[in-house]
Design a protein around this ligand. Structure first.
Ligand code: 4NP
Length: 161
């Protein structure tokens, strides 16, 4: 494997206000603690445009803050074709969003486009959408995202020279 100087990652859900900003904030904290923040670029986006410019959902932000993750600087944006020219990892939260991304993915994209949870050894393949549910859904998102973030960091660390 050819090792790289820098690796970039974008997490993608539907609205970019619940799941992907949670992954963005959790993975950012893990990367900062590992001392690799200068070598790993992190972003998040949504396949839909409903919430562009908005802060994370207050329920996601509160659940994340309870575990020490500050999402307050994050703002929603929509995923665009140019993301394929920039990011080494494009990680979808569920199959629907992965299919949306696959439908706009250039045929020569050489990075990794897949489900975030498939990088980890978990029972679940998808991070369930917590938007219309109760507060336990937001904690479940955090549990899954924390586990998968550990696996992602392990994988990326091996790719960095
Ligand atoms: P997210 O959650 O994709 O995890 O950000 C959602 C946010 C908003 C909506 C659906 C899911 N919505 O329908 O507005």
């Amino acid at each position: 494997m050819i090792n790289k100087d820098k690796i970039s990652v974008v997490f993608v859900c539907l609205g970019n206000i619940c799941r992907s900003p949670t992954a963005h904030g959790v993975f950012r904290e893990l990367v900062e603690r590992s001392g690799l923040a200068h070598r790993i670029e992190i972003d998040s986006a949504g396949t839909a445009a409903y919430h562009v410019g908005n802060s994370p959902d207050h329920r996601s932000a509160a659940a994340a803050l309870q575990r020490g993750y500050d999402l307050s600087d994050l703002r929603a944006r929509q995923a665009i074709v140019a993301d394929f020219g920039h990011y080494d990892y494009i990680l979808a939260m569920d199959v629907q969003n992965l299919e949306n991304l696959q439908s706009i993915c250039p045929t020569n994209y050489a990075g990794y486009l897949g489900l975030f949870l498939e990088l980890a050894d978990l029972e679940e393949r998808e991070v369930p959408d917590p938007y219309y549910g109760g507060s336990s859904g937001f904690d479940h998102v955090l549990d899954l995202v924390e586990a998968a973030s550990e696996a992602l960091l392990k994988r990326i660390t091996q790719e960095l020279s």
